[in-house]
Design a protein around this ligand. Structure first.
Ligand SMILES: Cc1cc2nc3c(=O)[nH]c(=O)nc-3n(C[C@H](O)[C@H](O)[C@H](O)COP(=O)(O)O)c2cc1C
Length: 210
């Protein structure tokens, strides 16, 4: 491992500042599409940062929907991240697609989505994932020898031929953005950065120095 001498000279693409989208969500969808088309690993994963008191913390989650007003992910509502959001709904999202040399940084407010939207998504998940959501008290400390397999067998019997309903402490959050920055790696570390900030008049665009 040679950290000091490991670097890539980025040159795969550029942002054409003469022809940019008015709406950053349309631009985001274009880049997300590219990430899927180029078979990026976990193209819909992103780092979600939350703040508890003044301490930030980050973890990876999966984007499960995007619409004109925001970004939806699902989680356990009793988890650490949910606790943080419920006391301070300022969050940051970071998408990084190394194969495309692209990064998107989003700042916004997170809030719980409706129970019916969470129900619909939960019922579309594979049964194994549904069992996982039922069994995991996410972020709770557990014994090293905690036996998930035996719990799984018990619960599988319990739910045999039965639909698994969404646990009430599992569901989605929607992040409504107020800042979105697009970053495209460029040669000589002179990267392209395009910032969108939500103002009363709508999305305002600016170019940022690398
Ligand atoms: C690729 C990847 C995808 C993940 N997707 C999710 C997800 O969609 N929802 C989730 O709650 N945790 C997901 N996790 C697990 C989280 O990173 C984290 O471990 C978990 O949510 C607990 O975080 P917390 O204790 O900060 O609440 C994922 C992890 C990885 C590496």
């Amino acid at each position: 491992m040679d950290l000091k001498n490991t670097r890539i000279n980025y040159n795969k693409s550029e942002i054409n500042f003469d022809d940019i989208y008015d709406n950053p969500i349309d631009f985001f969808l274009k880049w997300l599409d590219e990430a899927f088309e180029n078979n990026c690993l976990e193209p819909n994963s992103f780092v979600l940062s939350t703040v508890e008191n003044k301490t930030p913390s980050s973890r990876v989650v999966l984007l499960k929907n995007v619409d004109k007003d925001g970004f939806i992910f699902y989680t356990n509502y009793d988890s650490n991240k949910s606790r943080h959001i419920l006391s301070n709904n300022n969050v940051a999202l970071n998408f990084f697609w190394p194969q495309l040399e692209k990064q998107v940084r989003i700042i916004g407010f997170a809030s719980k989505i409706s129970a019916s939207v969470s129900d619909d998504y939960f019922s579309s998940r594979p049964r194994e994932s549904q069992f996982g959501a039922v069994l995991s008290e996410q972020s709770k400390k557990i014994e090293y020898n905690y036996d998930f397999n035996s719990k799984l067998s018990v619960i599988k019997k319990e739910y045999e031929n039965k639909e698994i309903t969404r646990p009430k402490n599992w569901g989605g959050f929607k992040v409504v953005p107020n800042k979105i920055e697009f970053w495209q790696g460029r040669p000589s570390r002179l990267h392209d950065r395009l910032l969108y900030e939500l103002k009363k008049s709508g999305w305002q665009k600016s170019r940022l120095s690398p």
